[in-house]
Design a protein. Structure first.
Length: 762
């Protein structure tokens, strides 16, 4: 029964009802809508005057239909069995003939209604959905799938470390490792220490140490432990890394047998907590500029460790504020007034009861942006005497006659050889950061699958992971996470197999991947936070801790911008020249050689090709990455040479092109990442797993090219028609990868107790 008496008496007016309802559905009728509807009504010669008056009254913004009346209109329209009707006009005709079967409308009338629909921008087919239940679209039907075996993917990710990974995950899943809310900074620091002590009991701390120190002599295993622990509390990870990685490894790599025998067992058990005191207030990345002094007294066979000025204080030193008893201190060795450069010394800070040693002053750095379970401190030394044997003397020493000795005659080579042994920190940090990215993406992708918002008219709400923009935010980082996983595994193996000849190349690779990965982690966790909306802002969902704790990773183990310049300088000298300050005169030979091989020819067909097979081809991806790497490297070399040829000092020349140098480093690192990912894809035997990895590899490659499309366009390597096609292909890959997204994060096999976010619960 019609709600309106007037409509019951004049059922032919029902042809207007769908349009009227659609216009009033948002409670606002605009002047344009009123004008068009008045025109439509007045053009209908078959209407009586009172009918036109009634219809025009329904267009009064001051007297809109009552909510009850609107609902009645909608109910009438929904009572129809809408099947083939594709316009509001057709629906109106059906409604009118339902109540008056003898009514018919001439074609001219129908055309005028349809014309009005068009002028008002009413898509009849779309409007119809508001009167139907169960509206299905491509977006609503998109859903999670699993086109590969998750366990098979996990096996590929874990590699030969699968047993150790399981062991670590079992330990950190124990209730004693449950996340906590801390009442104070002290309570958080003490809990972090307790967790590290538990890990030491499991043998994880000493894992890389020699067997006599209860270790496994397994550096690869140590990196795996660090990476796996990073699914848990990151303060615990960093304190673990300071104790067993920086403090322990500095003794191991820079010391000799006497130091190993004396300290390593107690370091590995955490009986002897220690610090790594390199960074100074006035000198961070520039280790050669450190000002702390170690003055040798041959008569007493002692070194005097001293902070000559406030800028020379050791700052931001982990384990220093509360727990550290000893430290590896980097200081300038002074013998008879002569400076023999930076060397390393073991210096006591506290006795076993926690009392500071005479001459040592330590200040607490206090609360930080994150990692508040780590007790960072500032250390001052006031004429602290240590015995001669406390010099870590693998690469340099003071002999029995009080003279400086070293098996490496070159000061530069000795310095960088010493630091090169500590490059492991630049492997542990990015692997830890990537674990945080994996956790953040797991939380955000699970939430995106569960969280529903909006949807088509007349249909159900849609998981936000079905929205293309949401996929654009999370799928490329997921692909890059997989890419970086394999690149960091490659770096680890290169480090383990290193020789003296490739030491600088590995150092550059480690510096570049550390910078690239930690920048990526910072950006990814921010994207994850935003993708989870307000829920991502709640501490209970863990993204805040992941963001805050990893933020400092971009400056841990060296500022990322400085590290990328280090990569570029190594590339410019082809990793083989002796590194001597910033003056790299060997660059000129490099430029001459590069000029002969610079690519100058570009195939017009390839530059414009939009063929999908070509765009997805791995050879095309690698060629594009290699071209960018070579071209940017050659361009940087030529710029530096040109500046120096024009009389500019080499220091200033490098300063002028710093931004260019960062691009050199990034292009090199991206090429390495892609190469290693492609190798894994090619080596994977299982068909389903290979297909999933291939899609991720294609997405990483094309998204990276898209990110650098401006450069490729400038170079004429691609034309606009091709970069547009690449953008379209990235969209499609995001759509395809989304289906496997849940399974791809499940393959990380992160313990549920470590994910611990309510929005990510199964």
């Amino acid at each position: 029964m019609l709600h309106s008496d007037f409509l019951q008496e004049n059922p032919k007016l029902l042809i207007f009802l769908p349009i009227y309802y659609t216009l009033w559905a948002d409670s606002v009728l605009t002047p344009t809508e009123i004008k068009e509807m008045e025109t439509l009504v007045n053009k209908q010669n078959w209407l009586k005057k009172k009918e036109k008056t009634w219809l025009l009254q329904q267009l009064d913004p001051q007297n809109p239909p009552k909510p009850k009346e609107l609902k009645a209109w909608r109910k009438e329209i929904k009572s129809l069995q809408l099947n083939s009707e594709t316009s509001l006009t057709e629906i109106g005709v059906s409604l009118a003939t339902k109540y008056a079967s003898d009514i018919s409308f001439i074609p001219k009338t129908i055309q005028s209604f349809e014309k009005t629909e068009e002028l008002l921008g009413l898509l009849g087919k779309e409007a119809r959905y508001s009167f139907q239940a169960g509206h299905q679209t491509i977006t609503t039907s998109h859903h999670a799938e699993q086109n590969f075996e998750v366990k098979e993917m996990t096996k590929i990710l874990d590699g030969r470390q699968v047993d150790l990974i399981k062991r670590v995950k079992t330990v950190i899943s124990d209730p004693s490792f449950a996340f906590q809310e801390f009442e104070s900074l002290t309570a958080q620091r003490e809990q972090t220490l307790l967790w590290c002590q538990e890990l030491a009991k499991q043998g994880f701390g000493a894992w890389a140490f020699p067997k006599f120190a209860n270790g496994k002599d397994d550096m690869e295993g140590y990196f795996t432990i660090m990476e796996t622990l990073s699914y848990h509390d990151l303060s615990m990870v960093i304190k673990f890394g300071v104790q067993f990685g920086l403090w322990g490894m500095s003794v191991f790599f820079l010391g000799t047998e006497k130091h190993h025998q004396k300290y390593l067992k107690d370091v590995g058990s955490l009986k002897l907590p220690g610090c790594f005191a390199m960074t100074e207030t006035g000198h961070g990345s520039n280790v050669r500029g450190l000002e702390t002094t170690a003055t040798y007294n041959h008569q007493s066979k002692t070194f005097t460790i001293h902070t000559p000025n406030p800028d020379a204080r050791k700052e931001y030193i982990g384990n220093a504020a509360m727990h550290g008893q000893m430290a590896t201190v980097f200081a300038k060795l002074i013998i008879d007034g002569e400076d023999f450069g930076v060397n390393a010394f073991i210096v006591p800070l506290r006795d076993s009861k926690g009392n500071l040693i005479s001459g040592v002053r330590i200040e607490d750095c206090g609360r930080k942006m994150g990692l508040n379970g780590v007790d960072n401190g500032v250390i001052y030394f006031d004429q602290v005497k240590i015995p001669k044997e406390n010099m870590l003397d693998r690469f340099s020493s003071v002999n029995e006659t009080g003279e400086f000795e070293s098996p490496i005659s070159s000061d530069n080579r000795r310095f960088f050889t010493m630091l090169g042994t500590l490059v492991g920190g630049r492997i542990g940090i990015p692997r830890s950061a990537l674990s945080a990215s994996k956790t953040g993406l797991t939380i955000a992708i699970r939430h995106g699958e569960k969280r529903k918002q909006f949807g088509p008219e007349g249909g159900e709400e849609v998981p936000i992971l079905n929205y293309r923009m949401h996929q654009r935010r999370l799928m490329p980082p997921l692909a890059t996470t997989y890419a970086l996983h394999f690149a960091l595994r490659y770096l680890t193996q290169r480090f383990l197999d290193r020789s003296e000849e490739d030491a600088q190349e590995i150092e550059a690779l480690a510096a570049g991947l550390k910078a690239y990965t930690t920048w990526f982690t910072t950006a990814t966790l921010q994207e994850c936070r935003e993708a989870c909306g307000g829920k991502g802002y709640l501490s209970e969902n863990r993204i805040d801790a992941l963001k805050n704790d990893t933020d400092v990773y971009t400056t841990f183990e060296g500022d990322n911008v400085v590290l990328m310049q280090l990569v570029a300088k190594n590339r410019l000298t082809e990793f083989r020249q002796e590194f001597s300050d910033i003056n790299m005169f060997t660059i000129f030979n490099y430029v001459a050689n590069q000029a002969k091989t610079t690519i100058t020819e570009k195939n017009p067909l390839i530059v414009r090709s939009t063929d999908q097979t070509h765009l997805l081809d791995m050879d095309f991806h690698l060629s594009a990455f290699k071209y960018r790497e070579r071209a940017i490297l050659s361009s940087a070399a030529q710029r530096i040479k040109r500046h120096i040829d024009q009389g500019m000092d080499s220091f200033d020349a490098f300063n002028v092109v710093q931004h260019h140098l960062v691009n050199v480093g990034q292009a090199y690192i991206e090429r390495v990442i892609l190469e290693e990912f492609q190798k894994v894809v090619m080596e994977t035997k299982d068909q389903g797993t290979q297909k999933a990895l291939e899609q991720l590899c294609q997405l990483f490659a094309l998204h990276t090219i898209e990110k650098n499309r401006g450069w490729y366009l400038e170079q004429g390597y691609m034309e606009g028609i091709k970069t547009k096609a690449i953008r379209k292909e990235v969209n499609q890959l995001c759509w395809d990868v989304r289906k496997n997204a849940l399974a791809l994060t499940d393959a990380f096999d992160i313990p549920e107790s470590c994910i611990a976010a309510p929005i990510a619960k199964r």
